[in-house]
Design a protein around this ligand. Structure first.
Ligand code: GDP
Length: 371
């Protein structure tokens, strides 16, 4: 820079400012570290995401999943486009739901299952989760991916904890969308894990080809705690921790489950749900479980049930998606947000019936939409 230039930068140096001189100061280097290139991180475009995913780039896949999980409308818009473009590349997989109460041994088992399946059948495995606990308590039972020690460092695996924000329906939709992205990225085996505490099983069941229920031998009343509906969903029931002192009790539990299953009507698949015992920790009986899963896949692909179930699921998800987004639009409407507590209080006071309160709120919402 010339001296002349410095003078121009300081108007005080003009003749008009008598007796005042401002010095030029020390010239700053352009960059302290000449090797550091400052570049604004470029936002990925929809084609960037799709190309990266289809190439199997796990970093880009992760970023796309983050968009799917984001609540920001601008992220959702990109995510929906990416999902749509990935859809033609998806579907070529087997999807397995894995459920069990906390402590049943899901992490231990999925670690063993995952290694077995990758060793035996090759391909790539994505492990996703639906964890209803994270919604209520922020704490997540299934959140920590290091729970699967070996699988989490396996080059062919992708482990993603449960999306945490929103209703169970919203969380489930995001997991389903993530399945599509994972499949487009070449993951041909998908595990969806959930905690066996109620409704989340239904959500998982609605997005998988095979629903595996992990059980433990208990005190002789194995069937007491487990809901009939959940047992009816199972394509396979596996009794874990069939090792050491527990072996005989596990076998007994298996017999009880088998007997109980006989009382249920035959499932639509034509497949008779099987009951097996195993030990995830000692890796005993794991092969037999996956032989069962793969023979189920053969069976239902031949008899047409595999495609039927996937079609039914697509239909179900269309309606779920509509319901979920209508609800979200309603409850996030500012007029509704402002009015909801008041109407609720009026219902509780007995000043308004539930039906009139609901009608008032819906009228407010629909009027607001027309504007
Ligand atoms: P999760 O809560 O369902 O994910 O269960 P974990 O995989 O964390 O297992 C809960 C506990 O059971 C841990 O202490 C495991 O070491 C233990 N465990 C898991 N699988 C087995 C098994 O096959 N045999 C035995 N004896 N213990 C197991």
């Amino acid at each position: 820079m010339s001296d002349n230039h410095h003078h121009m930068e300081h108007p005080e140096n003009d003749e008009a400012y008598k007796g005042l001189t401002v010095n030029a100061g020390i010239e700053q280097p352009a960059s302290v570290n000449p090797y550091l290139v400052r570049r604004k991180k470029r936002e990925l475009t929809v084609p960037d995401y799709v190309e990266g995913i289809v190439k199997g780039d796990v970093t880009i896949l992760s970023q796309a999943v983050t968009l799917v999980e984001s609540l920001k409308p601008e992220h959702q818009a990109i995510a929906q486009e990416v999902i749509e473009k990935c859809l033609p590349y998806s579907g070529e997989s087997i999807r397995i739901g894995i459920s069990g109460v906390p402590g049943a041994g899901k992490s231990t088992s999925i670690d063993a299952f995952g290694l077995h399946v990758l060793d035996t059948y090759g391909g790539k495995l994505a492990v996703l989760a639906i964890d209803p606990s994270s919604e209520r308590s922020k704490g997540s039972i299934l959140g920590d991916k290091t729970r699967m020690e070996k699988l989490s460092v396996h080059p062919k695996s992708f482990i993603r904890p449960s999306p945490s924000a929103g209703s169970l329906g919203g969380v489930a939709r995001k997991t389903r969308e993530t399945i599509i992205l994972c499949e487009a990225a070449g993951f041909d085996k998908i595990f969806v894990e959930t905690v066996g505490v109620g409704q989340s099983e239904t959500a998982v069941h609605s997005m998988v080809d095979f629903f595996l229920l992990i059980q433990l031998a208990g005190t002789g009343d194995e069937l007491q705690g487990i809901k009939r509906g959940i047992m009816e969903m199972a394509d396979g029931i596996v009794i874990n921790k069939a090792d050491g002192d527990n072996l005989e009790r596990a076998k007994l539990a298996a017999t009880q489950f088998k007997n109980a299953l006989h009382l249920f009507p035959a499932p639509d698949s034509g497949w008779n749900p099987q009951v097996l015992t195993y030990s995830g920790f000692y890796n005993i009986g794991v092969k037999e479980i996956w032989d069962m899963v793969y023979s189920y896949m053969d069976f239902v692909k031949k008899n047409g049930y595999f495609d039927y179930r996937r079609n039914e699921q697509s239909k179900y998800w269309m309606y779920e998606s509509i319901n979920e987004q209508l609800q979200q639009s309603f409850y996030q409407n500012p007029k509704i947000e402002a009015l909801l507590a008041q109407k609720e209080a009026q219902v509780l006071n007995g000043n308004l019936t539930s039906f009139i309160a609901a009608k008032n709120l819906l009228d407010t919402y629909f009027d607001d939409l027309k504007k």
